[in-house]
Design a protein around this ligand. Sequence first.
Ligand code: ACO
Length: 428
Amino acid sequence: MSENQASLTAGGNSVDMPIKSGTIGPDVIDIRKLYGQTGMFTYDPGFTSTASCDSAITYIDGDEGVLLHRGYPIGQLAEHSSFMEVSYLLLNGELPSSQELADFSRTITRHTMLHEQLATFYRGFRRDAHPMAIMCGVVGALSAFYHDSTDIADPTHRKISSHRLIAKMPTIAAMAYKYSVGQPFVYPDNKLSYTGNFLKMTFGVPAEEYEVIPAVEKAMDRIFILHADHEQNASTSTVRLAGSSGANPFACIAAGIACLWGPAHGGANEAALNMLKEIGTPDRIQHYIDRAKDKNDPFRLMGFGHRVYKNYDPRATVMQSTVREVFAALNVQDPLFETALRLEEIALSDPYFAEKKLFPNVDFYSGIILSAIGFPTTMFTVLFALARTVGWVAQWNEMISDPGQKIGRPRQLYTGPTARDYVPLSDR
Ligand code: ACO
């Protein structure tokens, strides 16, 4: 890394700070000595100008619409790779050989079952519970079932808990769905692929043979690839922050799931399809565009806009073409797809969206595909969490393996009362 200097004059003091360069992307000013030398903090709510860590996993150029995992473009991975291969890549830094991929897939497959006692844990939830609520609870509870892999200082423990999380997430997600519809849980079938197994556990029933439709399996696998990692987004930063205190990985991933749930983040896929349903037909689009532009109306176009992408989200491009593939494979149509395409067209030709650089993001089209496959909207964010688990785990491992790792502890600009004396209750 080459190092230059940046200087800042504040409060009468001038401070020189190193500029650090990565392999690509903006340089960063290392401000760690700032407080010691000036007594001042930096102020950056929402972290719009703050790099929180070094990372070698994922790179995004939001202006150009570029997303690379370990250097490989997302479009190439979505077209040629598999979710298992991308998972190996994210965790290990390189694409696997055939033998490495076979070994990795076998290891993950061997961890797909859940402790049987967890089935009882599910039964404690209301049947109408949101599956994200169930997922938060069950993933957090894994640390009570698998405490033989929670020593985060031990690389073997970290590896086993990472594999367990990636392997068990489809089982947890499928069970959350089965519970909500009152059907029996379906055990994993290790003859199937990671994604085929998930589809069987979700849509299969013990009374009938379940046949995985290859085109649906491929589309689902691609959706998992598109969601696998996205550098230091809100949920990943949550996982890192939780992990920085030394919390166990199951607890950290549960924290990430909670953060992902919000409609400004992973919850947007559910919100986007609900919005398309509310709009209904193309003739009603303009009304919603006008609402999205109205500062006095809290309505936003869901599945539009991104903190980092100021260009078309490359994942949305792949998602849009996958809609057509799934429709062809299942021989279905959904008029909401036409509404979505028209909405995109109208929004992109509107100066409001052009000036603010608001483009469709990964969540805009994903709901249409998931709905065609048969998932209810409440499962959409669950599927996102399932796929993002590998990214969270890779980022958590990278952080814990860093010898310079410190607890994450931001500071603040205090705006509350200054010191004052306690007033006894009788005098108030
Ligand atoms: N519809 C209408 N206006 C929007 C939208 C939208 N979807 N998104 C942003 N804007 C406007 C804002 O009103 C704001 O306008 P202003 O500058 O006049 O105040 C401007 O664009 C910038 O928006 P911010 O909220 O400041 O941008 P930020 O980077 O903080 O937010 C976010 C990004 C949260 C994704 C936002 O675009 C949004 O709410 N989108 C809808 C929800 C969504 O699709 N989230 C999924 C993101 S992808 C993911 O997490 C997987």
